[in-house]
Design a protein around this ligand. Structure first.
Ligand code: GMT
Length: 380
């Protein structure tokens, strides 16, 4: 069994969710997992004797316009590595975690302790933020220094290799779900609450950032609602939410849209849905789509980034070019007005989700950890 440090963002977002679910799954297998973050990751909401959480607190000082979070995080990693005897550090999201991991590794080396680190790329760390020249040299360096790099999709792996000069190999380990969790009974409220007259339920879950193109969700819903009696549930919160709610209020179908904000467990709502909408500008993987599919929901998404690796066009849902709301609406109407077709797509979505089960994906991470630890023992 290994002592594993995990650094991640605790906020609502795919990378934090994947890091937390990975840590929980590793802990259940008997590994000791130490989360290091600036607040408790929101999905780290269960007890396990193998799970530990180390909070990074940055003290305020009048001199700082920007608090030196990276320095404090590096110091915390050093502390945890020494006293908890970490075998490996796994950082999720390259910025700034990969360069902080490198810094911690160097400090530990000076104390004759060797801590290998693995960087998992999640998407916007490469596709949006990472491209920014103000980050590029640091990202490239800290990726090349990583003892291993993983990417959550083939598409992100290729994009990273095109964007940065990376000499290191990038291993694709896709995101995952625990399919067993999705097979348990869920909803605390019945479908009738949202769809009293048997309306179909469309769902969108995201952090309401521009990249999610939530206005396209509204456009697809409005066009679909013209032909099919349906409701739209919007789950999540973020910078675009006020603008989206304004759009919905101006629509003739405003009474059919429910904007719920963040909910503790999306499964409680996903189990009510008939169709999931994810019209993102870019999506390295689309964990939200996979979670919906695990709940037997077909997906209407774009074909951007890694989405086609998850949502198979014409099988588990449909994929369209970014912004093609007409095609997305036509596909939504086609699915929702044909019970047989909808039921077939629901089954297909579930079957596809099973391929991303934790029991299939987790061993790939464990194997990589062992390989990296063994290799470093030889080098050091
Ligand atoms: O989608 C976001 O804005 C959040 C972001 C994150 O880093 O938390 O999500 C990224 O990582 C997820 C987990 O690997 C992927 O499923 C998302 O596709 C990816 N988001 C983008 O690429 C926009």
């Amino acid at each position: 069994m290994m002592n594993i440090g995990i650094v991640c963002y605790p906020t609502y977002g795919g990378s934090g969710v994947v890091a937390t679910e990975l840590g929980i799954a590793l802990a259940k297998k008997g590994h000791k997992v130490h989360f290091i973050s600036y607040s408790q990751p929101f999905r780290l909401n269960q007890f396990n004797e193998n799970l530990f959480y180390h909070e990074v607190n940055v003290n305020d000082y009048p001199l700082f316009e920007y608090q030196p979070y990276e320095s404090v995080l590096a110091s915390k990693i050093v502390d945890v590595a020494i006293y908890e005897r970490l075998d490996i550090l796994h950082v999720h999201y390259a910025i700034p975690h990969a360069s902080v991991a490198y810094m911690a590794q160097q400090i530990l080396k000076s104390k004759k302790i060797y801590l290998p680190y693995i960087t998992t790329l999640h998407g916007t760390d490469i596709t949006l933020v990472g491209r920014d020249p103000s980050f590029e040299p640091v990202i490239r360096f800290s990726l090349n220094e990583s003892n291993a790099i993983t990417s959550v999709s083939e598409s992100l792996m290729k994009e990273t290799l095109q964007t940065f000069k990376i000499d290191n190999k990038i291993e694709v380990i896709p995101n995952f779900i625990n399919i067993e969790d999705y097979m348990k009974p869920h909803s605390p409220c019945s479908k009738k609450h949202y769809a009293p007259n048997g309306e179909k339920i469309l769902i969108h879950v995201s952090n309401f950032r521009k990249v999610k193109r939530v206005e396209d969700v509204v456009a697809v819903f409005n066009a679909t609602r013209e032909k099919v009696n349906c409701k739209l549930l919007l789950i999540g919160d973020g910078p675009e939410r006020p603008h989206i709610e304004k759009l919905c209020r101006e629509s003739q179908y405003h009474a059919d849209v429910i904007s719920m904000g963040r909910i503790p467990n999306p499964m409680d709502i996903l189990c009510l849905g008939d169709l999931f909408l994810l019209p993102s500008e870019t999506e390295s993987f689309g964990l939200a789509a996979l979670e919906a599919m695990a709940m037997k929901m077909p997906v209407i998404s774009t074909n951007a980034g890694g989405l086609p690796e998850v949502n198979i066009n014409g099988v588990t849902g449909f994929t369209s070019n970014v912004g093609d709301v007409n095609e997305m609406s036509e596909n939504a109407i086609k699915l929702l007005s044909d019970e047989l077709l909808l039921s077939k797509f629901k089954t297909n979505a579930f079957e596809q989700a099973k391929k991303f089960d934790v029991n299939i994906v987790l061993p790939a991470y464990e194997k990589l950890y062992k390989k990296v630890i063994e290799k470093q023992k030889i080098v050091f």
